[in-house]
Write a protein that binds this ligand. Structure first.
Ligand code: UD1
Length: 382
C-alpha cells in the first residue's frame, strides 16, 4: 500500500474545505489513502470540535497541539512538529488548504523533504501584503506542485508570479461543496437564539449577521472603535447577530468597548458551529464581515454581503456575486445597509464550478496526476 496523502487542517476555515476532500478521496475508485493531521492552531471547542462534528470530518489521526503564539512561533512550532510525521508515516503528497499559518508551515516542510505539495484554493490574491494570509498564499503557491483554483482570476495571479500554468487546475470551490451538502441541516436562527437564552422575537422583523476578526480591524483600537460604533448605529435600524471571535472579544474588553455591545440592537453570541452560521447567513437580510469564506458563502446563498476590508482576494464574489467592499468606512457601511433594506441589495449569480462537486474533480484529477507522476522507473521491475 502506498504512503498516504497527508491532509492538513489547523484553523476553523480549513475544516469546511477539507471535509469534502476527505470524503471524495475515500469514495474514489480506487480510494486515495489519507492521514489527517490537525496542527492545533485552533483548539477551543467553539472554534474546533464543534465544527468537526457538524461537518462529519473524521477525527484527526494526529494532533500537533501547537496552540496560539506569534506568527513566527506558531509557524515554527508547526514545522518542527510536522516534519517527524512525514518521517513516521511517509507521504505520497501533502495537501494543504486555504491561507492560514498551518498551510504555509506544512507546505514548507513538505517541499524541503521533496514531497509533492498540493494547494487547494490556490492563486487568490488581495494584493495586500500586510495581511498575514496574503504572505501565506504567495509563498505556499510558489512551493506547490499542484495548485487547485476556485475562480479563473487565480490563474492570471499565478502567471504573474511566474508559476507554470501546467501546475494550476481550475476545479471550483470545495467550500461550496460543504455548503450544499449541509444546507438542509442548517439550524434555524430562532432555535439558536432561544438556546443561547436570547428572545427570538428580537429578530422577527429581520436581522443582519456580523463577523469580525481580521487583525487590521480588531487589533487597532481606533479602527475597532470606529467599526463597533458604526455597527451600533446599524443595529438601531436592524438587529445584528454578532458571533464574536475570541480575538475580537479580547480586544473589545481590553479597549473598554463592551458597553456598546449591550445595546438592544445587538445579539451577541460566542463563535458558532457551521450549521448555526449557515442558518444565520441563509436567513439574514445582510451579512457584514471581514472573513474570506463568508464572502463566498453569501454569494452562493444569494444573500447581500458587505465586506469590511479594503480589498478582497475573492473578486468573483464582487464581479458576479452579492459582495460589496465597504472597508472600514462608516458611511459606506451605513449607506450599504440602508440600500439593502430599501430593496436595493445586489443580486448575483453562482460562479462557475461552485456546484457541490469540486472535491470530486480534485480526486479524479489527483489520481490521474499520481499515475502520470509516479511511474515506476524503467528496469525497476526487471
Ligand atoms: C486564523 C487565521 C485566519 C482565519 C482565522 C479564522 C492565520 C494567519 N490566521 O486567525 O486566516 O481567518 O484563523 O478564525 O493563520 N484563540 C482562542 N481559541 C482558539 C484559537 C485562538 O482563544 O481556539 C485566540 C488566541 O488568543 C489567539 C487568537 O485567538 O492568540 C488568534 O488566533 P490565531 O490562530 O493566531 O489567529 P486567528 O485570528 O484565529
Amino acid at each position: 500500500m502506498s504512503a498516504p496523502v497527508i491532509c492538513v487542517v489547523g484553523a476553523r476555515p480549513n475544516y469546511m474545505k477539507m471535509a469534502p476532500i476527505m470524503r471524495a478521496f475515500a469514495a474514489h475508485t480506487p480510494a486515495i489513502p489519507t492521514l489527517l493531521v490537525h496542527t492545533g492552531q485552533h483548539y477551543d471547542a467553539a472554534m474546533n470540535d464543534r465544527l468537526f462534528t457538524d461537518l462529519e470530518l473524521p477525527r484527526a489521526d494526529i494532533n500537533l497541539e501547537v496552540g496560539s503564539g506569534s506568527h513566527a512561533v506558531q509557524t515554527a512550532e508547526v514545522m518542527k512538529r510536522f516534519e517527524p510525521v512525514i518521517d513516521a508515516h511517509g507521504a505520497r503528497a501533502v495537501l494543504v488548504v486555504g491561507d492560514v499559518n498551518s498551510t504555509l508551515a506544512c507546505a514548507l516542510v513538505a517541499a524541503k523533504r521533496h514531497v509533492p505539495v498540493i494547494h487547494v484554493e490556490a492563486g487568490l490574491r488581495s494584493g495586500d501584503r500586510r495581511m498575514p494570509e496574503e504572505v501565506n498564499r504567495v509563498l505556499t503557491d510558489q512551493i506547490s506542485d499542484l495548485l487547485y483554483t476556485t475562480e479563473r482570476s487565480a490563474h492570471a495571479n499565478l502567471a504573474r508570479e511566474g508559476i507554470d500554468g501546467e501546475r494550476a487546475v481550475f476545479v471550483g470551490n470545495v467550500m461550496i461543496d460543504t455548503l450544499m451538502a449541509n444546507r438542509h441541516k442548517a439550524v434555524a436562527p430562532e432555535v439558536l437564539l432561544a438556546d443561547a437564552g436570547l428572545d427570538p422575537q428580537r429578530i422577527a422583523g429581520g436581522f443582519g449577521v456580523v463577523t469580525l476578526h481580521r487583525p487590521s480591524n480588531v487589533d487597532d483600537p481606533a479602527m475597532l472603535r470606529r467599526l463597533i460604533e458604526t455597527l451600533h448605529a446599524v443595529s438601531q435600524k436592524l438587529p445584528l447577530v454578532f458571533a464574536l471571535h475570541p480575538r475580537t472579544r479580547k480586544n473589545i474588553d481590553t479597549h473598554g468597548l463592551s458597553a456598546l455591545l449591550e445595546a438592544p440592537g445587538f445579539l451577541v453570541l460566542p463563535p458558532q458551529g457551521y450549521l448555526e452560521m449557515l442558518g444565520l447567513m441563509s436567513n439574514a437580510r445582510v451579512v457584514l464581515t471581514d472573513s474570506g469564506g463568508i464572502q463566498e458563502e453569501t454569494t452562493a446563498l444569494g444573500v447581500p454581503c458587505l465586506t469590511m476590508r479594503d480589498s478582497t482576494e475573492r473578486p468573483i464574489t464582487v464581479a458576479e456575486g452579492t459582495n460589496t467592499i465597504v472597508a472600514g468606512d462608516a458611511k459606506a457601511i451605513i449607506d450599504g445597509v440602508n440600500a439593502i433594506l430599501a430593496g436595493g441589495g445586489k443580486g448575483g449569480r453562482i460562479p462557475e464550478g461552485w456546484d457541490g462537486r469540486a472535491a470530486e474533480r480534485i480526486a479524479a484529477h489527483l489520481s490521474a496526476w499520481f499515475l502520470a507522476h509516479e511511474r515506476v522507473p524503467a528496469g525497476a521491475l526487471a
